[in-house]
Every structure is written in C-alpha cells, then in structure tokens.
Design a protein around this ligand. Structure first.
Ligand code: ADP
Length: 377
C-alpha cells in the first residue's frame, strides 16, 4: 500500500498535538501535586505550629492564595510545555531524517548525472511522494542514458555511411591522378553517383533530425486520400514502367478527407512505393490500397517482392537498419527512409507498421492518418 507523505505529516502533527495535551496534563498534574506538597511544608514551617494547609488557605489573605495557586500552575505548565517541546523536537528529528535522507541522495545523484555519470540512480525504499520522486528520477536517468547510447550509435552509423562513398571517390580520384583509371564517361558517372549518395544522405539526416525533434513545419489541412495517392503515383509511375513492375491502386469512392500536410504524406507514399519497387523484381506487382478504419484512414502498399523475415520486422523503422546492407546500398538506399516516414506519420498522430509472411512472400507497409474533423481546414 502506498503510504502518502502528506498522510504521515498529518498523522505526525496530530500525534504531536495529542502528545502535547497528554504531556501537559500529566506533567502539570504531577508538578501541581509536588508544588502543593512543597507549599504545604512551607505553610507548616512558616506557621511554626501545626496549622493545616486547609486552615492556612482559609486564614491566609486572598492575594497570598492566588500567588500560591498561580505559582503552582505556572511551574506545572512550564514543565509540561518543556516535555512537549522535547518530544516534538525528537519526533521532528526522526521524521526529517526520513524525508531529507532520500532528498539528499537525490541531490547527490542529480549532481553526479550533471557531471556526466549517466548511470546515476537512487535507491528507492519508500512508497510515498519522495519514493515516487526517486522513481521518476531513475526513469529520467534511464531515458538520458538511452538517448546518449543512441546518439553515440548514430554518430558511429553516420561515420560508417559516409566512409563508403568517400572511399570510392577517393580511390577513383587517386586512380585518375595517377593515370591508373581512365577519365571515361563511366568513371565520371560513378563519381557523380557517389557524390549524389553523399548529398542524399546529408539531406535525409537533416530531415530526420528535424522530424525526430518534431520540428517539421506542418501545414495541416483536410486532404482527400485519392488526391495524395494520385500525386505520389504520378511522380513514380515512370520508374515502375522502366523496371517492369506493375502498379495498381484500389481506392474506395467514399473516403473522408484526412488531416495532413500533403507534401509530407506524398513523401511517405513515395518512400514506401519506392521501397516496394526497389525490393520487387521485374514482373512483380505493387498494389496501393486505402480503407477507412475507426476514426482514421489506412494506406497500404503491398508488393510481391523479396519479403522480410519475421525477426527483422520490429527493427525496420530504426535508423540505418537494413535487412541486407550490401543489397540496399547497391540499390541506392540510405537506410533511413523508413525512419523519416515513421517520424512524419507520428507527427500526424498516425501509426506505421510493416507485415510480411517471410522471405520471398512479399511485404505490406501500412500507415494511418486521422480523419479531418469538419471545419478543421
Ligand atoms: P533503404 O534506403 O535501405 O531502403 P529504408 O529505411 O527505406 O532504407 O528501409 C529499411 C530496410 O527495410 C531496407 O534496407 C530493406 O531491408 C527493408 N525493406 C523496406 N521496404 C521493403 C520492401 N518493400 N520489401 C522488402 N524489404 C524492405
């Protein structure tokens, strides 16, 4: 059961107040009796004869009685208050140790993290608010560690991706300088291709970083799905014809408009259609299908190509993940097209996923976009 710090604070204050009342009552009653007995002795000795207190009180002037009573009461109360203060101090010390101990541990861990220790964690022992704070700190520390690992991996991946085209360009230019490679049209075309690959990579990386930081300026408006598909297909149809792959579309007539930035979604469609074409041999086919789902429209790009083994499916949208690195590179892929597509779909509040029955069984890439609400233009 979660023990709330607030409840404990209220309980402790209650205990203190109750304890104080009991302590005052006990101490003042004890001190009162003692004072009274002391007073009785004084009365006896002062009188020099055996006058009882009762007699004295009856005989003594009213001011003397008042002073005696006030003195006894005062001493009782002061004694009771002192006992209370002592108890309160002890309880506060114990309680503050329990609160400030974990807070000090948190401060130490935060300082360690700021100094670069990404493994800094706190030992969470309580289930109260301070415990929750500790858990939140550990989750944050874990997230910072993960993003640090991803950042390091990204730098490694980028360096690796740049190395291949740069090595080719360097090798060919050296060959040209030494006269080993002939300055033929073929050589220039190859150098041009590699430079183009580098430019695409840099461009895609820039886009990826903007998309992942959710800094893509989106111009959302209601878009008819058929219009988006039409534009994407028009731009890529000639490449399908060139490579002998059939492209068909299946778009129901009554589809609601989706809330989207048309240019970005066309970019996603071209990426998925381009991949389908890249991984489908001549003679195969690709179908672009759309359907209405609950609150969304789903776009599917299904091909009859090389397919994807199940173990690769969860990783396809990771940066630089390729099932077959050499094949993707040879076909001009950068390995981040799907990562950008996912970022674009997600900033639209949509979802993207891949399905395949395995190698040689073709693949289907799908994504959803929310239906535009009436009046959201
Ligand atoms: P690439 O530029 O390498 O195509 P992507 O991010 O677009 O990079 O795709 C990542 C990987 O997913 C590809 O390298 C490929 O292995 C796999 N892939 C993507 N689309 C398909 C498809 N339609 N059929 C088979 N494999 C695919």
């Amino acid at each position: 059961m979660r023990r709330s710090l607030r409840a404990r604070l209220v309980a402790t204050t209650g205990a203190l107040v109750f304890g104080s009342i009991v302590a005052v009552a006990l101490v003042s009653s004890w001190a009162g009796r003692r004072e009274f007995r002391r007073f009785e002795k004084i009365v006896v000795s002062d009188a020099g004869h055996t006058t009882t207190t009762e007699q004295f009180l009856h005989e003594a002037p009213p001011s003397g009685r008042e002073a005696a009573f006030a003195g006894a009461l005062n001493r009782g109360l002061v004694g009771g208050a002192a006992a209370c203060a002592g108890g309160a101090l002890l309880l506060t010390l114990l309680f503050s140790r329990r609160i400030f101990g974990p807070i000090e541990a948190l401060t130490r861990a935060a300082r360690a993290m700021a100094a670069g220790d990404r493994e800094a964690r706190v030992d969470v022992r309580s289930a109260d608010e301070v415990g929750e704070l500790g858990k939140a700190f550990n989750a944050m520390s874990e997230a910072v560690g993960t993003s640090e690992r991803l950042r390091r991996r990204l730098i490694g991946d980028v360096a690796h991706e740049l190395r291949t085209p740069l090595a080719t360009i360097e090798g060919y230019t050296e060959g040209l300088l030494d006269g080993v490679v002939a300055p033929s049209a073929e050589t220039w075309a190859l150098l041009h291709d590699e430079a183009g690959r580098l430019r695409r990579l840099v461009q895609e990386l820039q886009e990826l970083s903007r998309a992942e930081a959710r800094q893509l300026p989106l111009q959302l408006r209601p878009c008819p799905p058929a219009e988006l598909i039409d534009q994407a297909v028009r731009r890529i149809a000639s490449q399908f014809a060139e490579q002998g792959v059939t492209l068909t579309t299946d778009i129901p007539a009554e589809l609601p408009p989706v809330q989207a930035d048309a240019d970005r979604i066309i970019q996603v469609l071209i990426n998925l259609l381009g991949n389908a074409l890249r991984y489908t041999p001549a003679g195969g086919s690709v179908q672009m299908r759309v359907e209405r789902q609950h609150g969304a429209v789903a776009f599917h790009v299904a091909d009859t190509g090389i397919g994807i083994a199940t173990e690769h499916l969860p990783h396809l949208f990771e940066r630089f993940y390729r099932v077959d690195k050499a094949r993707s590179r040879a076909l001009g892929g950068s390995g981040i097209g799907l990562t950008i597509s996912r970022a674009i779909v997600e900033v639209h509040d949509g979802q993207i996923w891949a399905a395949s029955n395995g190698t040689g069984q073709g693949a289907t890439f799908s994504f959803t976009l929310p239906i535009a609400l009436p009046g959201s233009a």
